[in-house]
Structures are given as C-alpha cells and as structure tokens.
Ligand binder design. Structure first.
Ligand code: GDP
Ligand code: MG
Length: 162
C-alpha cells in the first residue's frame, strides 16, 4: 500500500499546479477562477524511486458556510486519510484567515506537514516565503509550481516525513 500525501490550502494558491509538477503531467485542473477543482482527486507519483499517492483538494462550491470553514472542512477530510500533508500558501499574497483555518486543522491532526510557499518565481519573492516561518509549521519551502523552482527540495522534504 502506497503512502498518501494530501495537498491542502485555500483556493488559488497553486495546489493543482503543484500536483501537476509533482506527478509530471497536466492532469490536475488548474483554474484562474478559484473553487473548480473536484473534491478530491488522487494521482500516482514517484520521486527518487519512491512511489506515493498525491491527493489534490478543492471544490468548495456551496456558500452555506464561510469560505474559511469550508476550506478547513475540506482539509480535515483529506488529512484524515493521508499519511502526510503538503500545505500550500501563496508567498506573493501572504497568509489570510483561510490559511489560518487550515493551520488549526493541521495542528489538531498531528500528521507530518511540509509547508510549500508557492509562487516564488524569482529571487525577489524569497523574502516573502521566509515570512511563512510565522505559521509555526517549520521551514517554508519556497517553490514555483509554475516553473519548477525549488520543487526538488520540497519533494525531498516530503519523502523524508513519509
Ligand atoms: P488551486 O486553486 O490552489 O488549485 O490553484 P491553481 O493550481 O488552480 O492555480 C491558481 C492560479 O495560480 C493559476 O492561474 C496558476 O497558473 C497560478 N499559479 C500556480 N502556481 C504558480 C506559481 O508558482 N507562480 C505563479 N506566478 N503563478 C502560479
Ligand atoms: Mg485546484
């Protein structure tokens, strides 16, 4: 049975783009409009000869609850069946209430978490990524899911906790 990594975070931070980067294919649906990824989609991935399953999350279509509550709920469901969590934040935006809601869920889950500070497309944004230490989830791995920058180090860190 393969280890499972749940990719969580608020809409539009680049989860699906990062999933595509990890699996080396373009199967996860990337959208400029947040909230379109179907609920949870699993993909097989391999890094340094180790196989694992990566689960993309999203799809908070209903507006019965606040966005933060829906995101937290999605994260909770995905995390429950995962061995480790890849928490994605957008370094160019910083942390919002919706990110904090996920952090709460992560803390309670006690699952190993690797923090990806995404959209670090160039050196200039590295500082913003470093500010994500404030989340209290350990080292923020600066990555550009779009261009691949930093993704090797991120995957090394992920496999180290699997
Ligand atoms: P999700 O809602 O978290 O799954 O986010 P998506 O993967 O659908 O991406 C949302 C938007 O952010 C899309 O327009 C992506 O092209 C863009 N995006 C994702 N990763 C990066 C990145 O590393 N750099 C930049 N500049 N844009 C990104
Ligand atoms: Mg998505």
């Amino acid at each position: 049975i393969l280890p499972v990594v749940a990719v969580v975070g608020r809409p539009n931070v680049g989860k699906s783009t990062l999933v595509n980067r990890i699996i080396g294919r373009r199967e996860a649906v990337v959208q400029d409009v947040p909230g379109v990824t179907r609920d949870r989609v699993s993909y097989d991935a391999v890094w340094n000869g180790r196989q694992f399953v990566v689960v993309d999350t999203g799809g908070w279509a209903s507006d019965a609850k606040g966005l933060a509550a829906q995101i937290a709920e999605q994260a909770e469901l995905a995390i429950a069946s995962a061995d480790a969590v890849l928490f994605v934040v957008d370094a160019t935006v910083g942390t919002l209430d919706e990110d904090e809601a996920v952090v709460e869920v992560l803390r309670r889950s006690r699952k190993p978490v690797v923090l990806a500070a995404n959209k670090v497309d160039d050196q200039r944004t590295e500082m913003e990524a470093a500010s994500m230490w404030n989340l209290g989830l350990g080292e923020p791995y600066a990555v550009s899911a779009l261009h691949g920058r930093g993704s090797g180090d991120l995957l090394d860190a992920l496999l180290a906790v699997l």
